[in-house]
Design a protein. Structure first.
Length: 131
């Protein structure tokens, strides 16, 4: 993984968590299954939430392949286990790149941050799917 987010940096807008840049080489015409996982800390008070995207490319501007929202409670800081998956039916190349991004949700959320950059807590898994 590259462009790994710095843990404990409070974010209030969509930010890249990590990038899998040309980490898979597929046969032309095949698909790519993408799974993204991270532990996110949410600073909130009421109706706090966070979200995560899998995007094509290496930044926050690529096409969104899948999006997940995660709700919390009324505690000051809580940790959420984010896992989302997508199938890229028409990869941009035979060495496609994918970004995992996150953002704060509701108005009850002041910020979000990455819990840890350890690969125990932060993963992007890529698998080639025939046809």
């Amino acid at each position: 993984l590259s462009s790994i987010e710095t843990p404990d940096e409070n974010r209030t807008s969509e930010t890249v968590l990590a990038v899998a840049d040309s980490q898979i080489n597929i046969t032309s015409g095949n698909k790519v299954f993408v799974m993204a996982h991270a532990i996110i800390a949410v600073n909130g008070n009421t109706n706090a939430s966070s979200g995560m995207h899998i995007r094509e490319g290496t930044d926050t501007t690529g096409a969104i392949m899948h999006s997940g929202r995660f709700m919390g409670g009324a505690s000051n800081i809580y940790f959420t286990d984010h896992t989302i998956m997508a199938l890229d039916a028409s990869p941009a190349s035979t060495t496609p790149s994918y970004a995992m991004t996150y953002w704060k949700g509701s108005g009850g959320t002041s910020s979000v941050y990455l819990y840890s950059s350890s690969l125990d807590y932060l993963k992007i898994v890529l698998m080639e799917v025939a046809g």
